[in-house]
Design a binder for this molecule. Structure first.
Ligand code: UDP
Ligand code: MN
Length: 380
């Protein structure tokens, strides 16, 4: 472990050096992503940090602030720009231009499960299709930490867990509806008085032991924003500063599809832009989805840098590349589609891919072999 960390440190230093060189020679940054395209479009632009690299070793092409913004007219043009500059610049091997990679560090403070508030975002149509799987697996072990944010009444769900919040937000997958849910998540977290806020989607598996280890290595009173970007450079957006003035702004954000966490110290500072109805109006200011709005508040408005962490995983990366031997260390997993193929972590048994396509049941039995429904004879 120590040897590996040493190697990582060396690689990170080499990468940082290379990243500095790249900043000096880099292409101009891409233009703002058209605001109305939403997170799905942003995700389709996922760079090498989205396409799996070894955990904690994502590449980041830094963009020089103030560099000229080139005009592009379509998303495909934007995409080719991104890919081209990625090819030109190349990933900085093992390097991140950011200071830390978010791997667990020495413990800073012991954390109890009740110190953490995990918000799971869902929608009524996914209660059976997605949420039940989470309730059977990771949530069943961590009910006191987990709060489900949805948009429709469901008696069956209310019977299973007490922590269901009906946000009364629209059930649409629109930017406004998703920001509405994030706003309620934030307010509920603040009310809870807990030390850490984590947000996940309903296609995420949370490995709570690994999460507690990670969060326990940071003081919750300081400014900490932990997660994984889905782009390989800061997003360029247009910030509305007054009725008829806009200005360019760029910042990193952690993709909501991999989950992210925020310390209480930082969450309190976010309050002027995130509490009450403010989150919605802040989201309107940049007209980007909820996870981008979080990055905007934290990085652009408060000047707190995202700590990128390779232990968070969305289905935008090739999940087959998460080493089975390191599943214990991963903080979140996901499943879904990647480059038009089914995407899930690779783990042998105890359930077949047909019986357990997300692999979440198999992962759960791997992490909690004493679970009553896990086959006792399973050898991993
Ligand atoms: N979602 C939602 N309302 C919708 C559709 C999706 O709140 O109408 C939630 C969904 O439950 C999930 C998140 O938004 O937590 C992301 O949805 P999905 O995984 O379908 O899309 P992705 O953006 O990952 O492709
Ligand atoms: Mn998803």
């Amino acid at each position: 472990m120590l040897k590996r960390c040493g190697r990582r440190l060396l690689l990170a230093l080499a990468g940082a050096l290379l990243a500095c060189l790249l900043v000096l020679t880099a292409d101009p940054p891409p233009p703002p992503v058209p605001a109305e395209r939403g997170r799905r479009a942003l995700r389709s632009l996922a760079g090498p940090s989205g396409a799996a690299t070894a955990p904690g070793l994502e590449a980041a092409a830094a963009v020089a602030p103030g560099a000229p913004v080139r005009e592009v007219h379509s998303l495909s043009e934007y995409f080719s720009l991104l890919t081209r500059s990625r090819r030109d610049a190349g990933p900085s091997p093992g390097g991140a231009s950011r200071p830390a990679d978010g791997r667990p560090r020495p413990p800073a403070e012991p954390l109890a499960p009740s110190d953490v508030f995990i918000a799971v975002k869902t929608t009524k149509k996914f209660h059976r299709a997605r949420l039940d799987l989470l309730l059977e697996t990771w949530i069943s072990r961590h009910e006191e930490m987990t709060f489900i944010f949805t948009d429709g009444e469901d008696e069956a769900l209310a019977r299973r867990t007490g922590h269901v919040v009906n946000t009364n937000c629209s059930a649409a997958h629109s930017r406004q509806a998703l920001s509405c849910k994030m706003a309620v998540e934030y307010d509920r977290f603040i009310e809870s008085g807990r030390k850490w806020f984590c947000h996940v989607d309903d296609d995420n598996y949370v490995n709570v032991r690994a999460l507690l280890r990670l969060l326990g290595s940071y003081p919750h009173t300081q400014d900490v924003y932990l997660g994984k970007p889905s782009l390989d450079r800061p997003i360029q957006a247009t910030e509305r500063v007054s009725e008829n003035t806009v200005r360019p702004v760029h910042f990193w954000f952690a993709t909501g599809g991999a989950g992210f966490c925020i310390s209480r110290g930082l969450a309190l500072k976010m309050s002027p832009w995130a509490s009450g109805g403010h989150f919605m109006s802040t989201a309107e200011r940049i007209r980007l989805p909820d996870d981008c709005t979080i990055g905007y508040i934290v990085e652009a408005l408060l000047g707190v840098p995202l700590v990128r962490c390779g232990l968070f995983h969305s289905h935008l990366e090739n999940l087959q590349q998460v080493p089975a031997s390191e599943l214990h260390e991963q903080v979140t997993l996901s499943y879904g589609m990647f480059e038009n193929k089914r995407n899930a972590v690779h783990i042998k048994g105890p359930f077949s891919v047909e019986a357990d396509p997300s692999r979440f049941r198999s992962v759960h039995c791997h992490l909690y072999p004493d679970t009553p429904w896990c086959p006792r004879t399973a050898i991993f």
